[in-house]
Design a protein around this ligand. Sequence first.
Ligand code: NAD
Length: 410
Amino acid sequence: MSTLWAGVVRQTAPAERRVAVVPTAVAGLRGAGFEVLVQAGAGAGARYTDQDYTDAGASVLSEEDLYARADVLLSVTAPDPAVLRLLRPGQALMGLLRPLAEPRLIRDLAAAGITAISLDGVPRTLSRAQTMDALSSQASVAGYKAVIVAAEAYDRYLPLLMTAAGVARPAQILVLGAGVAGLQAIATAHRLGAVVSGYDVRPEAQEEIRSLGADTLDLPAVTEATASGGYARALTGDEQRTQREALAAVMGRFDIVIATAQVLGGPPPLLVDEDALRALRPGAVAVDLASGPLGGNVYGSRPGETTYTKNGVAVIGAAELAATVPRAASEAYARNIGALLTHMTREGRLHIDLDDEIQAGVVITHEGGVMHPAAAKAVAALAPDSDEPPDTHTAADTTLDGGGYGPRSA
Ligand code: NAD
């Protein structure tokens, strides 16, 4: 039986400290019939040494040798386009490739004959795909870290403390959006002793919020806000206005706001507007996990930056928090990518089968073509032979940060 050679690449994106396969996952991959190659220094951001990988049974190679020998390259995020020159037709690249946000990369991977497989497309609600759901595993890490980041920036305690020097009241924390990241933020804030409220437009999220010991925020109801796959739909202009006004009216009650709301196939909704920010007291903290090039949930948040409003509220643009907890995030990601790789391999070879529901979601390019309809649409919107991004309207319609890219019919 032939053996599939899996190559773990070193991530190159700034501030990216995760690695696609951790040393403790190597034995499992070898047991499943893979040989594991690792680019020198691949684990450094998460403090795994090359020796750790060698001890676990992997071979550590230079970048050139890795790309020359691997059948499948395993990555966390999309690689730098410069590595395209190292890839050869028939090779596969697996990672969170964000195909709708990166149509030029997808076009180039297809043209180079690479099979691009993106974990963003794993069907979220299919129970047999749960071990492969990297969006959830990484969102969970981000939701946890959001509370730590908020606590660090906050100028009081989170729990109720009764000491000889007096009583400190607990922090009031509001979590906006109760998907995977939001629910983990609620659970973490609750464990740290804060008084937590959660808010989401999906009716089914209300019970999940309460089951974690948090209160639900009673705002004017938005009806039928669930779209396909359990995702929230974009609200109408009127609904958004009503929602923002209602949030601004209650904002003065909270010390910390953690915002995690995303809408499938569109920019994140603005929830905390200028009025709401003004309603927060000096020293309050707003952490915006949705902060990105298309906007965010909190007015004025800038990805990767902390800014302060005139009234002394810290606004933290925290788009890539999973990368700041690199060991936990990499351990979980390694299980996700290992499960997907195993699912797609038969007798030591990648077995591409678009009739399989999981593969239909994750296979983006194969044998020179863009196989995923939504990605094909994004690539088609690119100007021919151009390095320019597609026109802004189309890009905003098809780009999603951290929320998957929906069914193949999208
Ligand atoms: P997401 O990142 O797309 O969005 C985060 C949250 O923001 C969602 O809960 C959404 O309802 C909420 N939101 C959107 N617009 C809002 C607004 N205007 N105001 C308030 N909240 C708003 O969500 P996600 O974490 O990727 O999860 C998406 C869906 O997938 C959820 O229904 C989740 O339960 C489901 N899911 C299911 C499984 C499973 O069944 N195994 C696994 C993961 C996720």
